[in-house]
Design a protein around this ligand. Structure first.
Ligand code: MN
Length: 447
């Protein structure tokens, strides 16, 4: 399954907005992406100034679309993800695929890479899934990394000390550069799998393949020792240098603030495979899609962890205002007073970057900030229900954390109804008007 298959489905569901004006890759396209970020449609930029290529953005911009990509309803999302994490399936390797329609030498100046924010150092590739395997071939890994475009055949790659970083170190110790494929324009399942916290040793392509019922095909690359999705739009083939580094950034991360500059490795881009009429996929840093892809898998971790302390977890939301990373709202059915605080502790343990968490009862919509605020207003007593933990390791993305030690203060808010007070005091008043009036209201709204 490919990004194109998904786009056809989204066209049918009227989820694609066609942008007809010719816009520039420098700020203009990102500006439109930002304007349509909130629960916005897929954006198809039909004319990109200076390039023949179309660009697409905000593909995974809503929960609904991500679920549609997996062919499931929202209620089944966490279950589906945990099942795929636990039972990865190797995708079939095929000899040829649409991504090999054109095989050519690297010339990055020909692709419409986007410059997003005012102080960004350069154009950045933000939607690429990077595949690499260990020198002995035993470990394969796929993950998402930002790539700064340095010139016609060089990129800088941000390597957080996780799996790809480890593979790069292993290659360095063997005195080798690390071959990678960088695939742009892949099915949402591949992006979601590449963002998933599966252990070192599990190949995220296998997770993606499990997520879409054995629907992924991969091909061997033409210029490097790596594989890539056979139906990707564009694949850059390269080697992460064992010796060359540059100062990477400035660049905007998930909170919408500028990340610090660091020395990071250089990727020598040695070849390109692409579809003849490839579409370039953009992804707005700090936008909805960034928050969802990074946050969703961690909602699953919180859900699993909290499920161990209360019998029913109704919903988890790493909320938009918390950049999809630092704030969680969790709704549960608690059994006794005190459960709420255990929920908070379990959430902090499951997602170490989490800074503020709110636990609410099952009648509160965790996706509605007003509803959550109402629960805090009517069910929460700071003297009783507040958990504050000082000097904990938090997220490096939290600008207010101690910049040297990375330590932060975490706050948990138990906004569940206390069982010690009369239930009636907390009941939400309803108007029992019936179906008749609902129809009348719909007519008034012109629906
Ligand atoms: Mn991994």
């Amino acid at each position: 399954m490919s990004l194109r298959d998904f786009l056809r489905q989204m066209e049918k569901e009227k989820e694609v907005l066609h942008v007809k004006d010719a816009l520039s890759t420098s700020f203009e396209i990102p500006f439109v992406m930002k304007k349509f970020d909130k629960e916005g449609p897929v954006l198809l930029f039909e004319k990109v100034k200076g390039y023949d290529t179309k660009a697409i953005a905000n593909v995974c911009g809503t929960r609904r679309r991500i679920c549609a990509g997996l062919g499931i309803g929202q209620e089944g999302l966490y279950q589906t993800l945990t099942e795929a994490w636990g039972s990865p399936k190797k995708p079939k390797t095929v000899g040829d695929g649409p991504v090999k329609e054109v095989v050519e030498r690297a010339d990055l100046s020909r692709f419409p890479f986007l410059t997003h924010f005012e102080k960004d150092a350069a154009p950045y590739i933000t939607s690429a899934v990077v595949y690499a395997k260990s020198v002995d071939g035993k470990v394969e890994n796929v993950s998402v990394h930002r790539l700064e475009v340095l010139d016609k055949n060089h990129l800088a790659i941000r390597l957080v000390p996780r799996h790809l970083f480890k593979l790069w170190q292993m290659a360095k110790e063997a005195g080798k550069d690390l071959d990678v494929s960088m695939s742009i324009g892949v099915h949402p399942a591949v992006l979601l799998a590449a963002s998933s916290p599966v252990p070192f040793g599990v190949c995220e392509f296998d997770v993606a393949n499990a997520l879409i019922g054995n629907g992924l095909r991969v091909v061997e690359c033409e210029h490097v020792n790596a594989c890539a999705p056979a139906e990707a739009e564009l694949v850059l083939e390269g080697r992460i240098s064992a010796s060359k580094e540059v100062v990477e950034g400035p660049f905007v991360d998930i909170t919408g603030t500028y990340d610090v500059q660091r020395r990071q490795p250089v990727v020598d881009v040695v070849g390109v495979m692409r579809r003849r009429d490839f579409v370039y996929e953009g992804l707005l840093p700090s936008g909805a899609e960034h928050r969802l892809l990074m946050g969703l898998p961690h909602e699953v971790l919180i859900w699993e962890s909290v499920s161990k302390v209360v019998p029913k977890v109704c919903a988890v939301n790493l909320s938009v205002g918390g950049s999809g990373w630092l704030h969680a709202v969790i709704s549960v059915e608690k059994q006794v007073d005190g459960d709420g605080k255990n929920v908070l502790l379990a959430a902090f343990a499951a997602h170490p970057s989490l800074k503020h968490a709110v636990v609410v009862d099952s009648d509160i919509d965790v996706f509605d900030p007003c509803d959550v605020e109402w629960a805090i207003a009517t069910r929460f007593q700071a003297g009783e229900d507040l958990v504050v933990v000082k000097n904990v390791r938090g997220s490096t993305l939290d600008s207010s954390a101690d910049q040297e030690t990375g330590l932060t203060t975490k706050m948990g808010v138990d906004a569940t109804r206390p069982f010690t007070k009369p239930k009636e005091k907390f009941e939400r008043a309803k108007i029992p008007a019936g179906r008749n009036v609902e129809t009348a209201v719909r007519r008034l709204r012109g629906l």
